[in-house]
Write a protein that binds this ligand. Sequence first.
Ligand SMILES: [Zn+2]
Length: 262
Amino acid sequence: MEKNYYLELIQSTFSTLLLDAIQYFPENSKKVHYESSGLLFGVESGEQMECDYVFPVGSVEKRTSSSILTNPKVDQALKSSRQLFSTSTFIGTYHSHPYEEYFPDWCCPSNADVLYSLNNKFPYEVIIAMTRNSMEDKPLTIEFYEGEGYEYIHNSKREGNSAPDLKKLGYKTAYLIGEFQKYKFEIRAFQFTGKSLIDIDLESSEAELLSLLQQEEIHLNEIDQKDISRLRKMEYNLRTKQANEKSESNLQYHLSKLKVNS
Ligand SMILES: [Zn+2]
């Protein structure tokens, strides 16, 4: 299989995912087995999937038992959205992995997650793993990483909450790790192949924008309302699909204006 696809979180989809996972982070993640979940909408163009809207469905039961093949709340929201949304199409679902502490594979699909995909056949799944690792609020920091890509294959002999069978893809895929307020998080994107889930690159123009503002020490709460349209233009110029010299110079232009005004 070739490395082709990536999923990019554009507009306000990255921040919505993050806020949703924080909002439903359980007070006691050891005892409370609930996670946040929602729908992803986007536009596909060639080998690029731009996710431009996410619709949080709320807190749902964890997919730990292999009996959770579908989720009624998600199904109902999907049914309604199909009758209303016209500017983007449904591309899949997302869900959070709230944990007591960080561990290396915390953001990978569980055996039950793969079974859920086999049953629903949604094209993409985004997972946001999260832990509360701080007593005090921290500003947002984001870093993009690359790691060994895997294929996740359902193993019917194993429990839902255990790992599925893994197969190396032979190439690396990108994901995102960050911290915000009291939390550490990681976001990964997966594509449904028809028989398994595979790692694909997760990109985000919105996360790039936020991380650029952070580097330049421009604080969101100090930005003048009249400059919000600049942020929108910058986010557009940061999309992977837009990468060219013109978008880079546009970006630098708006950034210099922001610096003057802030
Ligand atoms: Zn999961």
